[in-house]
Design a protein around this ligand. Structure first.
Ligand code: UD1
Length: 421
């Protein structure tokens, strides 16, 4: 397994470009299953998860052609089977996103049931309950979800999500586009990636409204068509580089991104003492060489502070001036990075779903192990602010969600290199 070797202590300074959003690209690729026409998706990030989704579509007979400019053409008209196998689902939970579109368009789908993962149990009960309420016949047997529409269309209905779920909202929204009648999703996720998917679905001819609010309304149509759609920039990648620059007391400009979808993160960064400036498609951050101030926060669904940036902000707080707390309300077990950071000299204590922290002047490099995607990013930030050498093991997680991370960090002046296994 590859490792990343970091010589810490360098301020990050410079400019980088942000890639397309993984969490937007994955549902949009799944949405291509709703039409037999070609869907051309632009600004795709170069990531393992994207390759996994292409592989998943490919194993069902869907033809894809990857273009030169990070574009992919997906032609679901060639689909032969409706089965998402465990071998792929186990490597990427977002595979569940093919369930709604496949069931709605083709009337059947078998998708391996995703298991728990490093950050919690992560059930898909709400996806299944909503599709059942739309008239689907769903059985879970031998680790697979077997779903059918009994030869007829799904039926539009009123769905109240007990918990705000991002992929749950996306799955139901996609299924509803081809259902018979109107579907209203209450307590829908308001994440920008849900909005991006709704825009793509509209470009395909769907009748969707209310995205970005807690109530999404979908009037089913008979047929969707192909379209060309560029995915939005990755707000988590954007935030990760901003946090890394703030932790290292640096100065950075991130380009090809959208500032208006990062309000919660930018305001927390300002609390650390960062000077933030924004333009239409860029954000700059300058710490003026100062140590960040400690900032407390609580994660929650959008527009609150995202759980996907909790670990990175914790890394910043390890070396901040002062003390505080970080509370995780979305996933029950998203603190695996804490123990690794403590091995680097951080002062962090977990109490229930809260981390109590006291900033220390500096961390000390150590061999550490990544357990999930965002935890990996946080350990890299910890390595950047630590004295001497940090080796981050199991970095295959990082390649699932960060495009060319060591190259981008090198561009910003970091001393980081990959040790191939
Ligand atoms: C998505 C993101 C992930 C992010 C998360 C929360 C993608 C591909 N992934 O994951 O990066 O961390 O949103 O912002 O977009 N839940 C249930 N039953 C369900 C579904 C969810 O109880 O059927 C619970 C989960 O266990 C969790 C909470 O709802 O506690 C939110 O999870 P959810 O929004 O569904 O996360 P994902 O969509 O899997």
């Amino acid at each position: 397994m590859d490792k990343l070797v970091i010589q810490g202590g360098q301020q990050l300074n410079g400019e980088i470009r942000i890639a397309g959003a993984k969490n937007s690209a994955l549902p949009i690729m799944a949405a291509a299953l709703l039409t037999s026409d070609v869907v051309t998706i632009g600004n795709l990030p170069h990531l393992y998860d994207i390759t996994t989704m292409l592989e998943l579509l490919g194993c069902m007979g869907v033809e894809s052609m990857v273009g030169e400019k990070l574009n992919v053409e997906i032609n679901s008209g060639t689909i032969r089977k409706f089965n998402a196998p465990y071998e792929l689902v186990k490597t990427m939970r977002a595979s569940i996103l093919v369930l709604g579109p496949m069931l709605s368009h083709y009337g059947e789908a078998q998708v391996a049931l995703p298991g728990g993962c490093a950050i919690g149990s992560r059930p898909v009960n709400l996806h299944l309950a909503a599709l059942k309420k739309m008239g689907a016949d769903i059985q879970v047997e031998s680790g697979y979800i077997h779903a059918h529409t009994r030869g007829s269309r799904l039926k539009g209905t009123h769905i109240l999500m007990d918990v705000v779920t991002v992929t749950g909202t996306e799955n139901v929204m996609m299924a509803a586009t081809l259902a018979d009648g109107q579907t209203i999703i209450e307590n829908a996720a308001r994440e920008p990636e849900v909005v991006d998917l709704a825009r793509c679905l509209r470009a395909m001819g769907a009748d969707v409204s209310g995205e970005g609010t807690g109530t999404i309304t979908i009037n089913g149509v008979d047929k969707l068509k192909g379209c060309e759609y560029p995915v939005m920039p990755d707000r988590i990648e954007t935030g990760t580089y901003l946090i890394a620059a703030a932790a290292t007391r640096g100065r950075i400009k991130v380009k090809d991104t959208w500032p208006n979808i990062l309000d919660a993160v930018l305001s927390k960064l300002e609390e650390t003492g960062a000077e933030i400036n924004v333009g239409e498609n860029w954000i700059s951050l300058d710490m003026h060489g100062r140590r960040p101030r400690a900032v407390s926060l609580t994660t929650a669904p959008y527009p609150a502070f995202p759980t996907d940036m909790q670990a990175q902000f914790t890394a910043l707080n390890t070396v901040a001036e002062g003390s505080g707390s970080i509370t995780e309300t979305v996933f029950e077990n998203r603190f695996m990075h804490i123990h690794e950071m403590n091995r680097m000299g951080a002062d962090l204590r977990v109490e229930g779903n809260t981390v109590i922290f006291r900033g220390v002047p500096r961390l000390k490099g150590a061999p550490v192990m990544a357990t999930d995607l965002r935890a990996s990013a946080s350990l890299i930030i910890a390595g950047l602010v630590a004295e001497h050498e940090t080796v981050v093991d199991r970095i295959y997680h990082i390649d699932r969600g960060y495009e060319c991370i060591e190259e981008k960090l090198q561009l910003l002046g970091a001393k980081i290199r990959r040790l191939p296994s």
